[in-house]
Design a protein around this ligand. Structure first.
Ligand SMILES: NC(=O)c1ccc[n+]([C@@H]2O[C@H](COP(=O)([O-])OP(=O)(O)OC[C@H]3O[C@@H](n4cnc5c(N)ncnc54)[C@H](O)[C@@H]3O)[C@@H](O)[C@H]2O)c1
Ligand SMILES: [Zn+2]
Ligand SMILES: [Zn+2]
Length: 359
């Protein structure tokens, strides 16, 4: 099959690799029907995630069709259309039993496109399939559903829930990429008083406004002053970091009010300075987190009910084989206007599998 292979910092190629096969009876093999690229993949390309070694197939978000299921898999079978979650869960370890699947110690967690081969491929092996894929209702389009593999649960859990967004809050989202935009959408579920989005790219600030941000400001044009002016000098109740560089994390800690919350979502490859000499007296809470995807079933129900404005996030569509072009377009988002790219056909035709028993 073909897959997008990481070849070391700055280098990727869409090339032939061996087909994946069942390695454990809990595995499923999924044919990838829709896949996307994450800001985290860009961090991997920059060399920020050193556990990703050359030869690894990247990608941790997909919608596909189960083509083979190991003997222990109970919840899906060949022919089922499924969402492949960015987090894999053994279901048995302490953390899985607390729904903290991101911290799984039984062989799961964020492994796809990280520790094992991922979804930017024609087929992917999904370990612990019972807890790591979600069957999809026909009413949800594959390209929309792929946004539930990572960006919506991440923004909701690591941004909105960790930040404890509450009615009337002033919420600042720094970084209006797909994660920051999904944070704007899901923060609105809690009726904040206002949402301010900060980015460097005008195209992304425009998207933030159309998805519900009340104010937007270019990172180079005084976001800290704007937040101070809007809050009588106090600072924001909740500040979310959705970029992953030291400058933005440090800016978030300067924009939060006394007693407020900074929710870091960004993946960081370098140390950031924690100014405890200013912060110790401010009673602030700073959270970090890898997504657990424990909210995915709820988000799926919201999407099926038409309550997540997801379609606006997909700006570019490609065939699966155009993976390198899609990386180029997503990587130059400020110029191309890309938000989320979707690769793969729009179809979700059932595959016919000769030896599948009838229902
Ligand atoms: N914690 C998790 O579980 C988790 C999961 C998925 C993604 N992430 C991380 O979330 C972050 C955002 O992901 P994404 O897919 O939206 O990435 P992205 O690269 O598409 O978006 C980042 C945005 O930040 C903006 N930006 C860059 N420098 C800036 C600055 N100095 N000030 C303000 N804005 C700036 C960019 O213009 C861009 O719009 C990444 O770090 C990604 O790795 C974390
Ligand atoms: Zn991701
Ligand atoms: Zn586990």
């Amino acid at each position: 099959m073909k897959a997008l292979v990481f070849q070391g910092p700055g280098r990727i190629a869409w090339q032939d690799v061996p087909d994946p096969a069942i390695e454990d009876p809990a595995d499923a093999i999924v044919r990838v029907d829709a896949v996307t690229i994450c800001g985290t993949d860009l961090h991997i390309l920059k060399g920020d995630v050193p556990e990703v070694t050359p030869g690894r197939v990247l990608g941790h978000e997909a919608v596909g069709t189960v083509v083979e299921a190991g003997g222990d898999v109970r919840t899906v079978r060949p022919g089922d259309r499924v969402l492949v979650s960015c987090i894999t869960a053994c279901g048995r370890c302490r953390f899985c039993r607390e729904s903290r699947y991101g911290q799984c110690r039984g062989g799961g967690g964020w492994i796809l496109g990280h520790i094992v081969d991922g979804t930017q491929a024609e087929y992917v092996r999904v370990p612990f399939a019972d807890l790591s894929v979600h069957p999809l209702p026909d009413s949800i389009d594959s390209a929309d559903a792929v946004l539930l593999a990572d960006i919506f649960p991440t923004s909701y859990e690591v941004g909105v829930l960790n930040g404890a967004v509450s009615p009337a809050d002033t919420v600042v989202v720094v970084g209006a990429g797909p994660i920051g935009l999904a944070a704007v959408i899901t923060a609105r579920l809690y009726s904040p008083g206002r949402i301010v989005a900060v980015d460097l790219a005008e195209s992304r600030l425009n998207a933030a406004r159309s998805l519900g941000a009340d104010a937007t400001v270019n990172a180079g044009e005084g976001p800290e002053q704007l937040v101070a002016d809007l809050t009588d000098g106090l600072g924001a109740d909740v500040v979310m970091e959705a970029v992953g560089v030291p400058e933005t994390f440090e800016m978030c800690t300067r924009m939060v009010r006394p007693g407020g919350r900074v929710a870091n979502i960004g993946v960081h490859g370098k140390p950031a300075v924690l100014h405890l000499e200013d912060l110790w007296i401010k009673d602030v809470t700073i959270t970090t987190g890898l997504v657990d995807t424990s909210s995915t079933p709820m988000l799926l129900r919201m999407m099926a009910a038409g309550r997540l404005p997801s379609a606006e996030l997909i700006t570019h569509r490609f065939e699966l084989g155009e993976m390198e072009e899609a990386y180029d377009v997503f990587g130059r988002a400020a110029e191309t206007g890309a938000i989320k790219v979707a690769l793969g056909g729009p179809q979700h035709t059932a595959v016919s599998l000769p030896d599948t028993p009838a229902a």
